[in-house]
Design a protein around this ligand. Sequence first.
Ligand SMILES: [Mn+2]
Length: 446
Amino acid sequence: MRSLIFAACVAVPALAAQGRPSPAPPPLGAWTPVPELPGMARPVDTANVAARRRALLARIGRGVVLVPAAHERELERDYLQDNDFRQSNTFFYFTELETQDAWLLLVAGGGATETVLFLPPRNPFQERWTGLRLGSDSTAVRVSGIARVLPTDSLDPLLSAALFRVRGPLYVPLDQTTRDDPRLRDLVFAGIDVRNLRPIADSLRLVKDADEVARMRKAVDISVLGHIAAMQAARPGMWEYEIEAALEAEFRRNGADRVGYPSIVGSGPNSTTLHYDVNRRQTRDGDLVVVDAGAEWGQYTADVTRTFPVNGKFTPRQKAIYDLVLATQQAAFDSTRPGTTIERLNRIAKDYMRAHSGTLCGVPCDAYFIHGLSHGLGMDVHDVGDYRTPLKQGMVITIEPGIYLPQEALGVRIEDDVLVTATGAEWLSAKAPKTTAEIERLMGRR
Ligand SMILES: [Mn+2]
């Protein structure tokens, strides 16, 4: 009975999140590796992933869900410089397992709900190369919190039986990461009523639960340390990649799994190129440097941008532009609350900048604010959701106004990650120095 009530509560995560204070996030470093998991992965928050699966089944009502884990990338065949395994986000969301080539089967309707995890057989010879893998045994049951774990070769008969019993559609994630999967392709062409799981799974991902918020706080905290390290390292004459190295060394030193996206370190003219990530220019005295970089931790990424003078001191002109961008960001933040949309915040920011431009840019400065203000953040740096989705408590978005003046080789972007709260929003990345005074103070101490 208790579990029935719980399932009903989590069916609408947004409702469940309302009015209930989320538990305090675990302190930094509270996650310890699980030796039995491949890659010495971190423990699964079994209660939260089970709640996510129940929410999914409640949404589907009747049907079968099949979610594949990511494949191992092949160094020999794929010619990738970075051969790091990264789990598929959909599979991770419902399991938090960083294990290769697994499948998750969920069955709703036709009697009881069912959850089965399928794992490839272990191969001791291969494990000499890959390290330990999770196999279909009691270890997998314990770390996953899923009571039924079977080898992958029993997937086909169980899937057929489930489809026959439930007489509902089959939901699989259909996207670029799965479209070449032969097993999914066969299902699509087998005459089964196959539907895309992604829209439903993505809508569940919009509102972050306590475990997700804790992961994001950790990714953001690490990113803040990286940005501080970049400011401390910067000197005129330094190459952009040297600043990048200081930044990413600090990410890794603090346990980041990888970067959430290629780090942008754009100095002088490159500060006006939005997604410049070549990072090969030598900085010059008087340059501004735009650093847009986020660490990924536990599958979740931050997305933080700071702009600073490479010599540690803003010119009056740089400061004037900077302060307008900063005030614009604050205006957007002040309007961030449940019920509004990113589209509306974007309008508020651009109107604010236009109204406060004076003669700073010749024409109103919003003409040089050439990108959107905000996007969702989570496992993807541009996470699920669109600009018209009403914000809800528990969503995490960026707020990132900018002004880019190529004719002056002067670009400024300030980007922070914010958590939507019951009544407004909370800055997550506030610990990275942001006012010109804070930045000059930090850089003056070098
Ligand atoms: Mn961003």
